[in-house]
Design a protein around this ligand. Structure first.
Ligand SMILES: NC(=O)C1=CN([C@@H]2O[C@H](COP(=O)(O)OP(=O)(O)OC[C@H]3O[C@@H](n4cnc5c(N)ncnc54)[C@H](O)[C@@H]3O)[C@@H](O)[C@H]2O)C=CC1
Ligand SMILES: N[C@@H](CC=O)C(=O)O
Length: 440
């Protein structure tokens, strides 16, 4: 049978990995897909580099629309990134009747509803395994492997750059900027690395997983997003003393009130596998009612790990190319006319536990006042750590760090009590709050 013809838009980090892996394993991939898969045309603004990547016999152009207009192309791979030109090209490829493979989580998390609807109407597939957790087949696991389950929650380290930064800072004592540069050199970071360090990239990914897990539309605008830029070294140290590690987690959870959808630094008990996921590695824990807790671990970024997921999608599409469109695996796991109307909860309604660090005057009664306000608000305390006082300023004036771990509490209640605590004259600096996930 004739090979399936693929057009590649963007021959950068992931695009070049896709070429290499497809070439290296072409015979095995052909045996798995049932026919050959061949990239016959590439578009990249940097045509010289694209030519180097593509090698002999592949047509290289600067204008991506030439690829889309080519009637011989069955599948278009979009590896340009971003919401701008990539969105137009994906919609144009769909309109031209091409199946699409993309690693672009930003595009799908923000415009997924429109893109999947267009693909559904046209009877083509949009596959995006590489968009979440790089090489880990988490989309397939959620959409197909766990399809018997009512998913209860999932939580993951889904940004390699920030996990790499946190690991290197802790283990090697390197500063933030140095490690970020290294992550960029290694090809982990987004074109705009603020997407990584401010938690936006992780929020794109957890938004997609949430839609698949709970059958809701992709709703990035409802996600709570916090990155790692405000994390202080002493909180990482105190967390360790209390038996926790700080990780940037993407969390989504089914509750009686609705769906939690959030990204923020979290204390994770050191004994959990997730706490020991280091460097650019990713891991996602998924809890289903039938299967219980499952864990998926692997490289979440980088050229060939991400290419592995892109090619898995190419093989899937090749296999399904001739199947009846109505009976294919749906883009978001649920059939478009059977989506859930579960609402995504505002952050104030989320219930979790907390690490609070207060810089306080070392005076009698301060601890009692702080714990009293927490008790009045109905927030129960799990552990308290009080550091030895530091002498600051003259005349024996001393301050100390007071660290409190709480049991589960409603975020809105915690916000209110934090405001009261912050107003105390003995609380000397802005209170640090990091959420804590037991992942049980
Ligand atoms: N690098 C990684 O580890 C991962 C990246 N991704 C996603 O994969 C996508 C690609 O990422 P990278 O390969 O890292 O990016 P990259 O920046 O290395 O490559 C993008 C390529 O697109 C080309 N390009 C830009 N505008 C173009 C246009 N209008 N027409 C044709 N070509 C154009 C650029 O010249 C460049 O070669 C992004 O959506 C990214 O978020 C997903 C998972 C992991
Ligand atoms: N910038 C991303 C790349 C993969 O999605 C990351 O660091 O995880």
């Amino acid at each position: 049978m004739k090979s399936i013809q693929v057009g590649l838009l963007g021959a950068g980090t992931v695009g070049s990995g896709t070429f290499k892996v497809l070439q290296r394993n072409q015979e095995e991939i052909k045996r798995r897909a049932g026919r050959g898969i061949e990239i016959t045309m590439v578009a990249d603004l940097d045509t010289a580099r694209a030519r180097e990547v593509a090698g002999e016999g592949v047509k290289v152009v600067a204008d991506a629309r030439e690829v889309i207009a080519n009637p011989d192309i069955d599948i278009v791979i979009e590896l340009i990134g971003g919401y701008g030109i990539a969105k137009q090209l994906v919609l144009e490829a769909i309109a031209a009747g091409k199946h699409v493979v993309t690693a672009n989580k930003a595009l799908l998390a923000v415009h997924g509803t429109e893109i999947f609807a267009a693909a559904h109407a046209k009877g083509v597939m949009v596959a995006f395994e590489a968009a979440v957790a790089g090489g880990i087949p988490i989309i397939k696991a959620l959409r197909e492997g766990l399809t018997a389950n009512s998913i209860q929650w999932l939580a993951g380290i889904i940004n390699g750059t920030t996990n790499f930064i946190l690991s290197e800072m802790r283990d090697k004592g390197l500063d933030f900027a140095t490690v970020l540069k290294e992550a960029q050199r290694l090809g982990y970071a987004e074109a705009d690395p603020t997407f990584d360090i401010e938690g936006v990239d992780a929020a794109h990914k957890v938004t997609l997983m949430s839609a698949i897990a709970f059958g809701i539309p992709v709703q990035f605008d409802k996600a709570h997003v916090e990155g790692i830029t405000k994390l202080a070294a002493q909180d990482i140290k105190y967390a360790e003393q209390l038996g926790y590690r700080i990780k940037l987690l993407g969390v989504t959870k089914r509750t009686a009130q609705g769906i939690e959808l959030r990204v923020h630094p979290s204390l994770v008990p050191s004994k959990r596998l997730l706490a020991n996921v280091e460097g650019a590695m990713n891991a996602v824990v998924v809890h289903g009612d039938a299967v219980g807790t499952t864990l998926y671990y692997g490289k979440g970024a980088g050229s060939e790990p991400t290419a592995s997921a892109v090619i898995a999608d190419l093989v899937d599409i090749t296999r399904l190319h001739t199947a009846d469109a109505a009976h294919r695996v749906p883009h978001l796991a649920f059939h478009p006319d059977a989506m859930s109307d579960l609402k995504v909860l505002p952050m104030a309604e989320v219930v979790t536990s907390y690490y609070l660090r207060l810089r306080v005057a070392d005076q009698a009664g301060v601890l009692a006042k702080v714990t009293g306000l927490l008790a009045t608000a109905g927030i129960s305390i799990d552990a308290v750590l009080q550091r030895e006082a530091d002498e600051v300023g003259g005349e024996g004036s001393t301050q100390t760090d007071l660290i409190i771990l709480t049991h589960d509490a409603r975020e809105g209640t915690v916000n209110d009590v934090m405001a009261e605590l912050q107003a105390l004259p003995t609380v000397l600096e802005p209170i640090v709050r990091i959420r804590k996930e037991e992942l049980k």
